[in-house]
Design a protein around this ligand. Structure first.
Ligand code: ADP
Ligand code: MG
Length: 452
């Protein structure tokens, strides 16, 4: 058996053990480069894959390797051929001064050709475990557009940096490859151009324009849901570009398999490259983000203020920025930073916004929407799996997030026996531990519940 055949046999089995998204993310562009002294050397595309495979999947890989060839005793991972670089951050200045001019709304020139905003760069993009894979993949793509990961699909909740990352990638490519034609388009804009050009009989012009692009970036592709004509045109455009090794970069608020009303053939194209998610930053990272933003504006605020913001504003990065800007406006008007009491007052609406109050309605609404169901069908007395599962997830969240009692949950779901609620909770809780796809879905649903 050649190394290639051996690895094929391993991959074939691994697919049964992990979700499709994880498989695409972690096993794409891997291979066996050598087998010496009963040790298999696996090549991986970047340092993050190396870490993940050796920490998370090593046991599984070794077990399967061993089952195919019992002589194998160990496995190691090596990065090949490109090492992903991570951008450096300048340290926070010791004595930052208030520069009020910086507080003026910064009008940046958006490039008319590319639609790229130079404000978004890798340099001002903070990396933490919540986004490191997405950042690394984007960086790799910017070094070798069309050849590393195609398409690159970034997904995650609102305000977590998808647009920033897509734009930074576009900007970096435009620096690295001056002659490449790059285009950033939102899904809405893309859809409206298609619709307008059909109406004006200029669709052929639009198509030939789009197919001459070297790097096509489409933001928020979840909005293509249900837009059949746009999806059809996009499918052909995708194929045209892909066949010419042109880079395609996409973002969405959820993974392809969770986008409702998306044609199967598009879904499988989206899943065919690298998928990377962005989740929520943890406390330390929120603090670093705040400091980075202040550094950009050349302003300092007391540490306790930053700690207060970082511990109370958790939903997303856009809100962290919003809170910071509110304090900076106060600072500018009063020539002094607010004290902690003042900070608490100024940020009251962020910290105690109604969105923060999660309730029963919010959970039901969010779960139904996520699975593209009508709310009332969650209560249908049916055993259809496409309903049973979301219903169990809703029950699980009511218990977990709102601490509802099992009888209370049962009452909400049409007076079912409370053992049904217990069963649902246990089943989802257990699967949540074992099934990465479900964990990802529940994370996304929670993000939506907490982000209003
Ligand atoms: P999304 O497209 O996911 O809704 P955005 O890219 O618009 O989110 O990000 C919201 C705001 O947060 C932007 O101003 C962006 O610059 C900032 N931001 C997001 N992620 C980061 C990050 N990792 N480091 C620094 N700023 C970030
Ligand atoms: Mg966005």
């Amino acid at each position: 058996m050649t190394n290639r055949e051996l690895w094929q046999a391993v991959l074939a089995q691994i697919q049964f053990h992990i979700s499709k998204a994880n498989f695409a993310t972690w096993f794409q562009n891997t291979g066996i480069i050598s087998k010496k002294d009963e040790i298999v050397m696996v090549s991986v595309p970047n340092a993050f894959s190396q870490e993940w495979l050796s920490n998370k999947y090593n046991k599984l890989i070794l077990k399967i390797l061993h089952s195919v060839d019992s002589g194998i005793k160990g496995v190691e991972y090596t990065v090949k051929p490109r090492v992903v670089k991570v951008s450096n951050f300048k340290s926070f200045p010791e004595n930052g001064k208030l520069d009020t001019e910086q507080l003026e709304f910064e009008e940046f020139q958006i490039n008319k050709e590319t639609n790229l905003n130079p404000r978004y760069t890798f340099d001002n993009f903070v990396i933490g475990s919540f986004n490191e894979l997405a950042q690394a993949a984007s960086w790799a793509v910017s070094e070798n557009p069309g050849l590393t990961y195609n398409p690159l699909f970034i997904y995650g909740g609102v305000g977590l940096g998808k647009t920033h990352l897509l734009q930074a990638t576009g900007n970096k490519i435009s620096d690295n490859f001056k002659r490449k034609k790059i285009k950033y388009i939102s899904s809405e804009k893309f859809t409206s151009s298609i619709v307008t050009s059909i109406r004006n009989h200029s669709i052929e012009n639009l198509k030939s324009d789009l197919s001459s692009i070297d790097v096509l970036i489409i933001d928020d592709v979840q909005f293509l849901a249900g837009k059949d004509k746009t999806q059809e045109e996009f499918f052909h455009l995708f194929n045209t570009l892909y066949e010419k090794n042109k880079q395609i970069i996409l973002s969405s608020d959820r993974p392809p398999n969770a986008i409702p009303k998306l044609e199967e053939r598009l879904r499988s194209r989206f899943e065919g490259g690298m998928m990377a998610d962005i989740s929520l930053p943890e406390y330390e990272t929120r603090l670093v983000i705040l400091k980075t933003k202040l550094q950009e504006k050349k302003i300092e605020l007391p540490e306790e203020t930053l700690e207060y913001i970082a511990s109370n504003i958790k939903r997303n990065i856009r809100e962290l920025e919003g809170a910071l800007n509110r304090l900076l406006i106060y600072y500018k008007l009063n020539d002094n930073p607010p004290n902690l009491e003042g900070v608490k007052k100024l940020l009251k609406s962020f910290v105690f916004s109604p969105f923060n109050i999660v309730n029963y309605r919010k959970i039901i609404e969010t779960v139904a929407k996520f699975y593209n169901l009508e709310e009332k069908s969650l209560f249908d007395p049916t055993r259809r799996q496409e309903i049973v599962r979301p219903r169990q997830i809703a029950m699980f969240l009511l218990r977990k997030e709102l601490k509802y009692s099992f009888p209370a949950i049962a009452r909400k779901f049409g007076g079912k026996d409370h053992t049904t609620a217990i069963y649902a909770y246990k089943k989802i809780a257990q699967e949540n531990e074992e099934n990465d796809k479900l964990t990802g879905e529940i994370d996304l649903i929670k993000q939506k519940i907490y982000s209003g």
